[in-house]
Design a protein around this ligand. Structure first.
Ligand SMILES: *[C@@H]1O[C@H](CO)[C@@H](O)[C@H](O)[C@H]1NC(C)=O
Ligand SMILES: *[C@@H]1O[C@H](CO)[C@@H](O)[C@H](O)[C@H]1NC(C)=O
Length: 609
């Protein structure tokens, strides 16, 4: 009897949550957009907004909607999103203010069709379709800066080509030579160069591949920001086991942090080994920092300038305003925070180019890593021990932070409704995902790998000869995939201790595996991976990583925001969007790298040194 009671209770809760296909399609559509072009042609007023559904005559439908929305992996169906052209959609409703007209119009439609009331909770805009903003001071300033940069390139290139080959060239001018920069982009270090540096070739392959995967994840995120024709696609696919790679794959960005701290430490150690008179010391810190800032800042500011000015004029459509113009407006508001690399701390909830959290964290950790390397560089063997302790210490600190503030791992945040709104006010996003301390273990692992690699080279140690290492190396790449997949079983875990433990070890374990694999790649433990990752193509793409990383989000948003209808989500559609974004990002990155990033970096460095 008791068991039967439990059975009935269980099945009734399950059936309460289970909504049949027919019932699903009886609900009001989550998204709807009127024809934008028609509205522009008729000079109508296009309004876009979000409405809360409220019970009216149809209580049953309302409770079905509420049950459905209780599932975290569904969009919140009590909130519907509408873009309507007024007055053509509601000629019979008369109201003087556009807001009231829009609100009454949607209310009428939902009541007639579904027996539910609506309340306008967020009005994105009401404007005459097709009207554009006039050019302002920011736009003009950006135009002048771009003109100046082009002029500098023309002058630099002409000077480089005209100047006699034997005389000494002025470094500040040659820095702007496109010919010289093209040579730098395509130079092949492996022919007669430093063998220690050419051994690092697989790193470029790792960077390029990581970037391709990051663009994929961001393509999926960008799809969530649009009005979807079939929101059900994401609701269903997020239960699929392979979706774990989407929801739990965010650790992969850490590869950049690990590789960049590895390169920083390794290059400094090589520098110290080549110049025995110049010991590493904190006195070199300002130079290191300037070097980094000269590399990142000019291009970053250029892209930020583009995003706050002419980007908003690159298209139009019903979603152009929420997806592009609002983002640009937030960027104008906090551009100085972005330039100071503090966007993950100051106004963290105003999302300006969501992917730039990484640049801030990278710069903050660069400072930590540079100080550590300069302090410990003289005693690499001691450094290995100290860094190991630091890694575990930082993980302990993270555990305390996560447990104390009850933060959640990213895999539990990747749910449709939060992705649609870009994690608004989500503490775990601000204080864990995009906070420097959660990436600190990865940076330290990179440092440790550099010190270990350096020591092994000095000792003439050959890891390829160790059978144990060879086996572990073979296991490392499959383990990386398995570890990410393991997040699938963490999606619904709620016990605070387990959640905090998982959130603490998630990134460090993945990075330890990646670092181990990297160690194997650069030691040529097997030639297949080495050949694949050392391909010349990756080298070129790897060098342009920063330009590609900075532009891909703008391109992804542009491609989706200029569509004038609801977007159909499907594996092939998103796949094509992903490939299109990659292709266009590479196309945009080439001139950015050649005409802005490289010359500005070389120019600034030649001034400072
Ligand atoms: C869905 O949205 C409604 C209205 O904004 C809100 O009251 C409700 O709490 C949301 N439901 C979930 C599960 O977040
Ligand atoms: C409608 O939404 C507004 C917020 O936009 C809120 O203040 C108001 O209470 C809501 N009305 C009802 C009846 O829920």
């Amino acid at each position: 009897m008791f068991a039967l009671g439990i059975l009935v209770a269980v099945t009734s809760t399950v059936s309460a949550l289970h909504v049949t296909d027919v019932e699903y399609y009886d609900l009001p559509r989550l998204f709807h957009l009127d024809d934008w072009e028609e509205c522009a042609a008729r000079r109508g007023r296009y309004c876009l907004g979000t409405f809360d559904l409220m019970p009216h005559q149809n209580e049953r439908l309302y409770s079905v909607i509420q049950h459905l929305s209780a599932d975290r992996y569904r969009f919140n169906h009590t909130r519907i999103h509408r873009g309507l052209c007024l007055p053509s959609s509601c000629a019979h409703v008369r109201d003087p203010s556009p807001r009231a007209h829009f609100s009454a119009c949607v209310n009428h439609m939902t009541r007639d069709q579904y027996g539910l009331e609506t309340n306008l909770t967020e009005l994105q805009y009401c404007r005459i379709a097709g009207n554009t903003q006039p050019v302002d001071r920011w736009d003009l300033t950006f135009l002048y800066v771009t003109g100046l940069l082009l002029l500098a390139n023309i002058v630099g290139t002409t000077y480089h080509l005209m100047a006699s080959k034997d005389g000494t060239l002025i470094k500040q001018l040659v820095a702007w030579s496109v010919v010289d920069n093209w040579r730098r982009l395509t130079v092949n270090h492996s022919n007669g160069g430093d063998a220690r540096l050419s051994a690092l070739k697989p790193l470029q392959g790792m960077k390029a591949l990581t970037l391709v995967l990051v663009v994929m994840a961001h393509s999926v995120l960008a799809y969530h920001l649009t009005y979807l024709y079939n929101p059900r696609f994401f609701e269903q696919s997020s239960h699929h086991i392979l979706s774990a790679y989407m929801q739990n794959g965010t650790s992969i960005v850490q590869t950049f942090i690990m590789v960049s701290s590895f390169l920083l430490a390794y290059n400094l150690l090589l520098h110290a080994a080549d110049n025995p008179k110049k010991q590493l010391s904190l006195k070199m810190f300002p130079r290191c920092l300037l070097h980094r800032i000269a590399r990142i800042c000019p291009l970053y500011m250029f892209v930020l300038g583009l995003a706050t000015t002419w980007w908003t004029r690159g298209g139009d459509g019903p979603l152009w305003s929420p997806m592009v113009e609002d983002e640009a407006a937030r960027c104008r508001d906090k551009w100085w925070v972005q330039v100071l690399f503090a966007n993950n701390f100051i106004k963290p909830d105003d999302r300006c180019l969501i992917h730039t959290w990484f640049l801030a964290v990278d710069m903050q950790l660069y400072i930590v890593c540079a100080v550590l390397t300069l302090l410990l560089g003289r005693w690499p063997r001691v450094a290995v021990k100290i860094l190991t302790v630091c890694i575990f210490g930082s993980m302990l600190m993270n555990f305390a932070i996560i447990y104390n503030w009850q933060l959640k791992p990213m895999v539990q945040l990747m749910i449709p409704e939060l992705m649609r709104t870009q994690f608004p006010g989500e503490r775990s996003f601000t204080w864990l995902y995009s906070a420097p301390w959660d990436s600190l273990p990865s940076a330290l692992i990179g440092l440790l790998a550099a010190f270990l690699y350096h020591c092994h080279q000095e000792d003439g140690y050959q890891p390829a000869q160790s059978r144990c290492l060879r086996i572990l190396y073979r296991l490392s790449v499959p383990c990386m995939f398995l570890w990410v997949l393991g997040g699938y079983w963490m999606k619904d875990v709620t016990r605070p201790l387990v959640v905090a433990l998982y959130a603490t070890v998630d990134r460090p374990v993945f990075m330890a595996l990646t670092a181990f694999a990297m160690y194997g790649f650069i030691n040529k433990i097997d030639s297949v991976w080495w050949k694949f990752l050392s391909w010349r193509g990756w080298e070129l793409l790897g060098r342009m990583s920063l330009s590609i990383y900075l532009t891909h989000w703008l391109i992804s948003l542009t491609l989706l925001a200029q569509r004038t209808n609801t977007n159909r989500a499907a594996v092939f559609d998103i796949g094509c969007h992903w490939l299109g974004t990659i292709f266009l990002s590479y196309c945009a990155a080439l001139p950015l790298h050649l005409l802005v990033e490289l010359p500005a970096m070389r120019f600034l460095q030649s001034l400072a040194m």
